[in-house]
Ligand binder design. Structure first.
Ligand SMILES: [Cu+2]
Length: 358
């Protein structure tokens, strides 16, 4: 009901504005004498030319003011190796485009104002100039080619294969939370999974016939070591999400049915960043950067960067998923049960042994 009244109000206001416009244009028509027609064109030309110049100056001033006043809001300190590289490329591109944008804006504003219509002035007929056309084709083409190829080289490097000893961590997206799965403390290899095995408890769809899955553990925080290559394997369980860790300049879509990945090397621990920002409450954050539903805004995970020793210690303190859910031992093939219990760190008290396949 309220919406209807508001809608009617808006329509009424629009009708009134239209009527005012009609009345004022009729009045000006009635007032106008034939001899003043040229004078009116002239004054309208002047107004438009002046307005164009004002909008150009105000627009440029607003652009530069905003860019400098809010610089820290959109230029977060960088904390990854490739981030320094992409930031450099970004600012080179930005410098080139800002210079071109400023020159073109000024020329456009000044020309519109300077060469507005004037009685008796005629435009010069200037059909073409090969040198000019060559210059404004070749120069932008070369500049763009340099920007694109250096960007492409960086992108190929960033998305290339990770090194053999990279720390592999899986991050799973679902409405509206992130979960991490670590390969465990024994084999350093993520166990296989199958989406068909996903149930209320087995949220990863962990395949317990694969011995690599026995020591995998789950974490609701993403811990990564400083100075070591980390390969994030990304998957989504429901809709499109996007894994975004702004301080590391890491961003990759999480697509259901199509695993993606991103590798990076963190260069500052959480504590180092806290000291740098002079904010002891600071935490790196992994956010979802794809509007994925109603609670998209709340979809985030804390990222903890530690010195390698502290990271190893944290890993050792984590319990295998299988240990937390011993019921799932019955999904482990009988021949592997013994190994599964050892790897998962389950106490081999005969009373708790679940025998599979019987
Ligand atoms: Cu999301």
């Amino acid at each position: 009901m309220t919406n209807l009244i508001i809608g009617l109000g808006v329509v009424l206001i629009l009708i009134i504005l239209y009527l005012i416009f009609r009345v004022s244009s009729l009045v000006s028509l009635a007032k106008a004498r034939p001899t003043t027609a040229d004078a009116r064109v002239d004054s309208s030309n002047k107004t438009n030319a002046a307005l164009f110049l004002i909008v150009t100056i105000a627009g440029l001033a607003g652009f530069f003011w905003y860019s400098f006043a809010h610089f820290d809001d959109y230029n977060l300190p960088v904390a990854s190796e490739h981030g320094v590289w992409t930031d450099t490329l970004f600012w080179i591109t930005m410098a080139v485009t800002i210079v071109a944008f400023t020159i073109i804006s000024i020329i456009m504003g000044v020309f519109v104002f300077r060469f507005q219509h004037r009685e008796g002035r005629k435009a010069k007929f200037y059909p073409d100039n090969h040198y000019l056309e060559l210059a404004w084709t070749i120069i932008p083409a070369v500049v763009l080619a340099i920007l694109i190829f250096t960007g492409l080289r960086a992108w190929n490097e960033i998305t290339g294969p990770a090194s053999e000893d990279a720390e592999v961590i899986e991050v799973i997206a679902q409405q509206f939370a992130w979960t991490a799965r670590y390969p465990g403390n024994n084999d350093n290899t993520l166990g296989s999974y199958n989406y068909k095995l996903i149930d209320a408890v087995n949220e990863f769809g962990l395949d317990l016939t694969d011995k690599n899955s026995f020591d995998d553990f789950k974490s609701l925080e993403l811990h990564v070591p400083k100075g070591k290559e980390v390969l994030i394997k990304i998957r989504a369980k429901d809709v499109l999400h996007s894994l975004y860790i702004p301080h590391f300049r890491v961003k990759m879509d999480a697509v259901p049915g199509m695993p993606t990945q991103f590798k990076f090397i963190a260069t500052k621990t959480t504590q180092e960043m806290r000291d740098e920002l002079n904010n002891q409450n600071f935490n790196y954050e992994l956010a979802c950067a794809e509007v994925c539903g109603q609670a998209h805004f709340s979809m985030k995970m804390i990222v903890v960067v530690e010195e390698p020793a502290a990271y190893e210690k944290w890993k050792q303190s984590q319990e295998a998923w299988l240990k937390q859910n011993p019921d799932y031992l019955k999904k482990v093939p009988a021949a592997l049960q013994e190994a599964a219990m050892i790897k998962a760190g389950i106490d081999r008290d005969p009373a708790t042994v679940v025998v599979a396949g019987h």
